[in-house]
Design a protein around this ligand. Structure first.
Ligand SMILES: [Zn+2]
Length: 408
């Protein structure tokens, strides 16, 4: 019926059959289905497009399980020279990161605040060899330094040595999922990461990770990527050894406050306060959290255990930071062991003397501390690994040398 009218129209008006068919369909309100009008570029995509074709390179691809046992789907991100975009595929997607694909007759939708490419049963997927112009191949790109990463960056390409790898089971939308947390260090800085699925990574190994994104999480930048991103093991000599990467460097508090964490740092400044929660405390035997009136915030009423804590506020002129420490550091500051501190507290029938003594020793004096900085709900914080009175001599020498260079 449709064909007949189109045929008649093409004869009468002297236009091509194709054109006539489109005109007839338009007149009867039918939208053409499989017509690939043109090949679009990713930056031009808007929500609710139909029948578009794209020439892309796969950045990452992962497998998801459809609800109610309806099989699997694929998701990930695609890129071309104009940008990158997430996709979801309801049909088999037999491609790997780096592959070139011509996607015909796909659609777009708005999902989770972004435009997403939707690959359905009627979409054609064809592998293409010529990926020229579809993002530079991985081998031609210089990865970013960790210190160059900023909030909101997508499809990042970084190198680093992996540290503190932990597999954790989390609940993602009601389904248990194995994820991997860790830290990546490259000498310019370090960044925490989460891979949102199981992945083989070795403690201390050098990796290149392509296709992740950067978000601020609890005041620090974080790299997120899917197990389907490119995660390439590199030779060991591309990044300095771990000892070098984890050696504390002289640093300033305001930079930590801005979310920039290079690794362990050395800070020097005046301790301006020793906060409640310092001194003798009772801690939860399960998790080590400090108990409040016999209660752990996670485990409820639990048996407590004596412990020593320090929460000191250090001001280095650029900002203030909460410096925390546990038993070993408090013992070294007070010059005696926990058992003798406990005995004194029992004899005096008060544990407040401990925090008072810590205040007396620390507050108003200059200290050089080193440790691992981070951020918590109250701002920048640092877990002390060593604390020394006064200025560190070598730091002072560095500063004098730097001044001399300016003056001479
Ligand atoms: Zn607890």
């Amino acid at each position: 019926m449709l064909r007949e009218s189109a045929f008649r129209m093409s004869k009468e008006l002297g236009i091509s059959l194709d054109e006539a068919e489109r005109a007839v369909m338009a007149r009867s309100g039918i939208r053409p289905q499989n017509n690939v009008r043109s090949i679009g570029s990713i930056s031009e995509l808007t929500p609710d497009l139909r029948g578009i074709a794209l020439k892309v390179r796969v950045i990452s691809v992962s497998e998801g399980v459809r609800s109610e046992g309806k099989g699997i789907y694929h998701y990930g991100s695609l890129g071309d020279s104009t940008g990158d975009i997430p996709f979801i595929s309801w049909k088999d997607f037999p491609f790997q990161p780096g592959d070139g694909v011509l996607i015909s007759n796909c659609s777009t939708r708005q999902y989770a605040g972004r435009v997403e490419v939707v690959i359905g049963e009627t979409t054609d997927l064809n592998s293409i060899d010529d990926t020229t112009g579809l993002m530079p191949p991985v081998d031609d790109v210089v990865p970013m330094r960790i210190s160059e990463l900023t909030d909101g960056l997508r499809n990042v390409d970084v190198l680093g040595r992996a540290d503190e790898l932990h597999e954790v089971s989390v609940n993602v939308k009601g389904n248990p999922r194995m994820i991997v947390n860790g830290i990546l260090l490259d000498g310019s800085g370090r960044i925490g990461f989460t891979c949102w699925g199981p992945i083989e990574m070795t403690q201390g190994g050098c990796y290149r990770i392509v296709g992740g994104n950067i978000r601020t999480y609890r005041g620090s930048l974080k790299l997120n990527f899917d197990p389907g991103a490119i995660v390439k093991r590199l030779p060991d000599d591309v990044i300095p050894p771990m000892e070098e990467l984890t050696r504390p460097v002289p640093f300033r508090v305001h930079l930590i406050d801005e979310g920039f964490i290079p690794g362990p740092v050395i800070l020097r400044g005046i301790v301006i306060d020793v906060r409640p929660g310092s001194g003798l405390v009772r801690k939860c035997v399960e998790c080590g959290r400090r108990l409040h009136k016999g209660q752990c915030s996670v485990h409820g009423t639990v048996e407590g255990e004596d412990d020593l804590r320090l929460r000191a506020v250090l001001d280095d002129g650029s900002g203030t930071i909460m410096a925390r420490a546990g038993r070993d550091i408090v013992e070294s500051i007070m010059g005696r062991s926990m058992s003798s501190i406990l005995e004194e507290a029992r004899n005096n029938m008060s544990s407040d003397l401990v925090i008072e003594e810590l205040r007396e020793i620390l507050v108003g004096h200059c200290w050089t501390i080193s440790g691992d900085p981070g951020s918590d709900d109250y701002g920048p914080s640092l877990y002390i690994s060593s604390i020394k009175p006064g200025l560190d001599g070598s730091l002072l020498t560095d500063e004098i040398m730097a001044m001399a260079e300016v003056l001479l």
